[in-house]
Design a protein. Structure first.
Ligand SMILES: C[S@@+](CC[C@H](N)C(=O)[O-])C[C@H]1O[C@@H](n2cnc3c(N)ncnc32)[C@H](O)[C@@H]1O
Length: 242
């Protein structure tokens, strides 16, 4: 099984979804995504959530733009089932697509639904090898309307050991708090062992945010920046010029 295929396993899906709240400043990251989209001259009408998981980013966009149409794309059927469930109130406006954006032909299946005035992605593209990340950013560029935004809320490589250590400590502390709240009996050390040996860890291929922003500029995106960063997490992206 390729390392990223663990996301097709229901147990991994359930563990990620139940622990997503432990991600440092997760709500703020989504808030920044919405603020960036709010800078567009016209409201978001058509979006793509790539590697959508349970559709949390799409849900935030629909909260801000209730009449938007959207495509929720993921290669994990258990995740897509969760997305269908979470977004059932918007079913008539949404297309749920099982696709693997690691394969270059994924954009062909998007063409009937685009162009998009926002493509967003959360903690997903870092599962791709670095040689594939940049072409994905080019493919996304080709799916954007002029003036459309690509925003990546992403797990990135920290540039210091301290940032890595603080990131791990934050998550372990949060997981341990959740364990206690749920009446669990695991010690902090046991929680730390579970986190450090989690089965999806090998699927993370982290790259510095500065390199990724530079790629976006080279591809032709404008207003490229890392709009937020905490330890190993970043909100970065750019806009297709008008
Ligand atoms: C860590 S989860 C994040 C889910 C959601 N975006 C969020 O922010 O909570 C990563 C998601 O990316 C999906 N994914 C990973 N590689 C993918 C690929 N090559 N094609 C499509 N989806 C992929 C996984 O199935 C999983 O749902």
């Amino acid at each position: 099984m390729a390392t990223d295929e663990v996301w097709k396993l229901p147990a991994i899906v359930n563990r990620f979804l139940s622990s997503r709240a432990a991600i440092p400043l997760a709500q703020e990251q989504i808030g920044i995504m919405i603020s960036i989209l709010g800078s567009s001259e016209t409201p978001i009408q058509n979006f793509l959530d790539l590697g959508c998981g349970d559709g949390i980013l799409g849900a935030a966009i629909l909260g801000a733009y209730p009449s938007a149409r959207g495509v929720l794309a993921d290669f994990s059927e258990p995740m897509l089932d969760q997305a269908r469930l979470q977004l059932k109130d918007y079913a008539g406006q949404l297309v749920f697509k099982n696709l693997d954006y690691g394969e270059t032909d994924w954009i062909n299946s998007m063409k009937p639904h685009g162009l998009f005035d926002a493509v967003v992605s959360g903690y997903s593209i870092h599962h791709q090898p670095d040689v594939r990340k940049r072409p994905i950013y080019e493919e996304i560029f080709s799916l954007l309307e002029p003036g459309g935004w690509f925003i990546n809320i992403e797990h990135i490589a920290a540039e210091s050991k301290l940032a890595i250590d603080l990131f791990n400590k934050h998550i372990i502390d949060s997981w341990y708090d959740m364990e206690k709240k749920n009446g669990g009996t695991k010690t902090r050390q046991e929680v730390a062992d579970t986190f450090m040996n989690r089965p999806d860890k090998d699927s993370n291929i982290l790259l510095s945010v500065s390199i990724q922003c530079e790629w976006l500029r080279e591809i032709g995106y404008e207003e490229v920046d890392c709009y937020f960063r905490v330890y190993e997490l970043a909100v970065f992206g750019g806009r297709r010029p008008n």
